[in-house]
Design a protein around this ligand. Sequence first.
Ligand SMILES: [Zn+2]
Length: 177
Amino acid sequence: MRMAETSSIEDAEVAKMKPITCTRCGTVMGPKQQKSHRYTASGLDNVVLVGVDVRTCPNCGNESVAIPRISELHKKLAQAVAEQAEKLVPGEVRFLRKYLGWSGVDFARYAGVTPETVSRWENGAHVMGPVSERLLRLCALKMDPVDDYSVLGKMATEEPQAREIRLTITTEWKAAG
Ligand SMILES: [Zn+2]
């Protein structure tokens, strides 16, 4: 996931050899402390990680945080966002879309809207409709980011027409291509 790159994860081996310095001013960072850290690197400003190892720069106050099990964290975070009763705010729409590994264009195809509409949802110019919002939440809750979503993009937008679906029994049920 792209978001993970912005978080600083300490390499224990490197830490043993040389002191950790501030990425902003170069001063040697303070000792590890278990603290709460506002996880703005997620793209959300309302997420606080409690009890993570944080080092603070004694000179400029910059924080470096060690975030363990980052994909599990993002999954839990996506779940919490998708399950909330409140309507999604633009940052949450963007977070869930990125969590699923979708580009803005991907999401536009899956939701059957233009990429411009997706941009407007994510910058707050337009409020997302309830159907698109449910699609995004359901995908975030029920699918893994590695799943294949191509079926959503292939959905025909013309006249509805039921196509014959053939299923064959061998050792298990298999749909014919
Ligand atoms: Zn500093």
